[in-house]
Ligand binder design. Structure first.
Ligand code: ATP
Ligand code: MG
Length: 769
């Protein structure tokens, strides 16, 4: 009885004080505290909210000590998000242990090494990009110990095994491969079977493993090892396992679709005794399978925990009906998924906007112009797939005086060798007497000065122009003479030039871009990436007067970038990758760079990459479902002088907003065939939505006149009422479900369609039955 009262009080208090009135399933998930529970639910359906409430319930109603509850999630960002939400909801409660699985694993590992007296050293982290996973991990590789950094070890192993230098792409791929193998717990004899685009990858991994054990006085450990070691220790050291098992009575995991095999194994061991495990997940938001996440585990949950309760939640509380309906249809293009039907009772807001710009260079400016109008900047997020997008954004937003928070900054940009090269070229325009500057760029412009020639040049210390010295004292090939003399002149003419034309001269007349292309062919660098850096540098240079200003601006932006990481929670715009935006929500979301080649990426689009493509769809879906009311997709037709095409995902969204028709029907229309459901309307709806989105206004339906008139067609909006049975020219019979703004929603046999009311009336597409 008392218990019942306390429970009621708890839920009432949640309603009155926190304004959260849990729905039936949410409440069930909160009350179902004991035993295994799987909560599979759509985005914005309140998964994280439910976890937080469940913790509050455990503490307040079940009188569980906060220190006996463990909540884990995938990334540090989500762990912090949960921590903040908990504090907001239950400010007076003692804090609960919210953390990543990595930091739990680290604790276990550390204790084990301490017990056994094993000296170890962490060889990952500290290089800021990896910060996400370093939470609570002490003693990560310090900069001064860099030779023992994972990447450096791998680079050396690659060089000795493959006899080449590893490219950036290969390094990324190798790191992903290693994480994948470890997270999936793939045994060493199967390593060579895992698909990877790096020569000798499995051998490099073998050598890497043995180097970590024997190559140094201490045991070397990377982040993936923390997981595998923790899992092994929990398997073998029963005393230690028991200690951890006894420490927590309740374990909850959010974002479990991104949990890997080894992480699941750790959690399984942790809860073995009491099995009080609450797992919350959405398979449609699984976006880390490339790193070994295993969402299929969720499908087998019942096998691991036969008495598990499984609950589903499909009602979205976050977004307007426009966003929910379109996202729900969009994700259905994936085949490998639990079929769910996300819906909402939220009202409709503005339709999803698709903005086509003629060129990439207008993107950041366009965003500035739009976001300048918004009062509360913390309501806005700009989301992109690739981190490299962030530098141009940052530059433009800073110029406009709009503050921002950047979730995962691209630290590599400012220290990239292409940036260094450009600065060295610029230094050369101030003085051409410094051999040390030429040393850095001698292979990268017209004339191509060889190593031997550089060595000869170094011996001449007369303080004269390096070019004059080359021409006078160093044996040159015939063709080099004119090129070097020309380069000398060019450098001199560039003296005092503003940075933008200077970069263009470096790229063009001095032949830097040609040299880069050759390097790409020889060393396997990604050309688009390098040219992208040059283009970004040009964007930064716009409007600056001197090369010195340019160098200062780069320094300034680098500092700004570091600061932007710490602006969370202030009234600032959020810039984030799609990946890092998972779990978060914003009033207004701008998804940018939506072109084929970026999302989906060229790899996703390869013929045998169905799984990659599906993951890319999920990533796009995660982006869409971050928005509460305003969702805008930004596309451009040109980038860096090359034509780009709208992301096929945006085309999907267009087609959902405005269903297209097929060629056959075009032919039928051309021949003037008539009605009875066989003829489809011509493919102008795409054109229409495109123009709509560009001009922001409706466009006359020029082609309507070509259709044969249907005398029975509905011509007045008044006649469109929900529940009414209608015959559509192309989709056949259906029932009107609802009318919203300029759309009529009709349920046909094949599913529900949102049709443009204007189009239906003007073209006489619907007739009453
Ligand atoms: P994601 O899949 O993106 O992580 P989620 O399922 O974790 O989403 P939440 O972030 O918990 O969803 O909730 C989304 C939004 O819906 C939040 O603003 C939350 O406050 C609100 N919400 C959740 N449940 C309810 C409810 N029962 N009544 C009103 N609002 C709710
Ligand atoms: Mg969530």
């Amino acid at each position: 009885m008392v218990m019942k009262q306390v429970t009621e009080q708890f839920f009432n208090r949640c309603k009155s004080e926190l304004g959260v009135s849990l729905n039936h399933v949410q409440e069930k998930a909160v009350r179902q505290t004991d035993g295994p529970l799987l909560l599979l639910a759509s985005p914005g359906s309140g998964k994280t909210t439910t976890i937080i409430m469940r913790i509050g319930y455990l503490i307040e109603v079940k009188r569980v000590k906060p220190s006996r509850i463990k909540a884990v999630t995938f990334s540090r960002a989500s762990a912090n998000d949960m921590k903040e939400r908990f504090k907001r909801f239950f400010p007076h409660m003692e804090p609960v242990d919210f953390s990543t699985i990595h930091s739990l694993a680290f604790e276990v590992m550390r204790e084990h090494f301490w017990k056994k007296g094993i000296a170890y050293q962490i060889i990952e982290g500290e290089l800021e990009a990896e910060e996400e996973e370093t939470e609570g991990v002490e003693g990560t590789a310090a900069r001064d110990q860099l030779p023992l950094h994972k990447k450096i070890i791998l680079r050396n192993l690659f060089r000795s095994i493959v006899s080449e230098n590893i490219t950036d792409d290969q390094m990324e791929e190798l790191l992903t491969y290693i994480s994948y193998v470890k997270n999936k717990m793939i045994p060493p004899d199967k390593w060579s079977l895992v698909k990877v685009d790096v020569p000798e990858a499995s051998r490099i991994l073998q050598e890497y493993e043995s180097f970590k054990r024997t190559g140094h006085s201490k045991l070397l450990v990377d982040f993936d090892d923390m997981l595998t070691i923790a899992n092994d220790v929990m398997e073998r050291d029963h005393g230690l396992l028991r200690k951890y098992q006894q420490r927590f009575d309740y374990v909850l995991t959010d974002e479990s679709q991104d949990t890997s095999v080894v992480q699941h194994a750790i959690i399984e061991k942790l809860v073995q005794r009491h099995r009080n495990l609450c797992v919350v997940a959405d398979d449609d938001q699984s976006i880390y399978s490339w790193r070994g996440a295993e969402p299929s585990y969720l499908l087998n949950f019942k096998q691991v925990y036969p008495n598990a309760v499984t609950l589903f939640m499909e009602q979205n509380y976050r977004s307007s009906s426009n966003i929910v309906d379109v996202s729900n249809q969009f994700i259905k293009r994936n085949k490998n998924r639990y079929d769910k039907n996300m819906f909402t009772k939220n009202p409709s807001s503005r339709p999803i906007k698709i903005r086509s710009l003629s060129d990439y260079i207008y993107q950041a400016k366009y965003l500035v112009k739009e976001i300048q109008k918004v009062e509360n900047l913390s309501e806005v997020a700009v989301l992109y797939r690739n981190n490299s997008a962030s530098i141009a954004l940052m530059n433009e937003f800073d110029r406009a005086g709009i503050p921002f928070y950047m979730k995962d900054a691209d630290n590599r940009f400012f220290s990239h060798w292409v940036v260094e090269d450009i600065l060295n070229f610029m230094r050369m325009t101030y003085t051409d007497r410094r051999v040390d500057i030429l040393e850095r760029i001698h292979l990268k412009f017209n004339g191509y000065i060889s190593k031997q020639q550089m060595a000869a040049l170094r011996h001449i210390q007369n303080g004269e122009s390096v070019f004059d010295n080359l021409l006078q004292f160093v044996p040159l090939q015939n063709y080099q003479v004119k090129l070097i003399a020309d380069s000398k002149d060019t450098f001199q003419q560039m003296n005092g030039m503003p940075p933008l034309p200077a970069i263009r001269v470096i790229r063009g007349r001095l032949g830097y871009e040609k040299a880069l292309e050759k390097m790409c062919e020889r060393l396997g660098f990604r050309k688009e990436y390098l040219l992208g850096i040059l283009n970004t540098l040009e964007e930064i240079a716009v409007g600056l007067e001197t090369m010195e200003d340019f160098a200062n601006r780069l320094n300034y932006l680098e500092t700004l970038l570091k600061k932007a990481k710490h602006r969370k929670g202030q009234n600032v715009v959020t810039f984030s990758t799609f990946h890092s935006a998972k779990g978060l929500e914003f009033e207004r979301v701008y998804m940018i760079d939506l072109v084929n080649g970026i999302i989906p990426s060229s790899d996703d689009l390869k013929a045998d990459s169905e799984e990659l493509l599906e993951e890319s769809v999920r990533l796009f879906y995660v982006g869409m479902t971050r928005a509460k009311k305003h969702l805008e997709m930004v596309v451009y037709n040109n980038r860096d002088g090359k034509e780009t095409s709208e992301s096929q995902f945006v085309t999907d969204v267009r087609n959902i907003l405005n269903p297209p028709e097929d060629d056959e029907s075009m032919a039928a229309v051309g021949k003037g065939s008539t009605t009875n459901g066989a003829v489809r309307k011509p493919a102008f709806s795409n054109v229409r939505s495109e123009r709509d989105s560009r001009t922001g206004s409706g466009v006359k339906l020029e082609r309507a006149a070509k259709l044969p008139p249907n005398p029975n067609a509905i011509r007045s909006k008044m006649e469109l009422t929900s529940g009414k049975a209608v015959l559509h020219r192309s989709f056949g019979e259906g029932t009107i479900v609802k009318i919203e703004a300029d759309r009529v929603f009709v349920r046909f046999d094949k599913g529900e369609k949102a049709l443009s009311i204007d189009a239906c009336l003007e073209m006489g597409l619907l007739e009453p039955i």
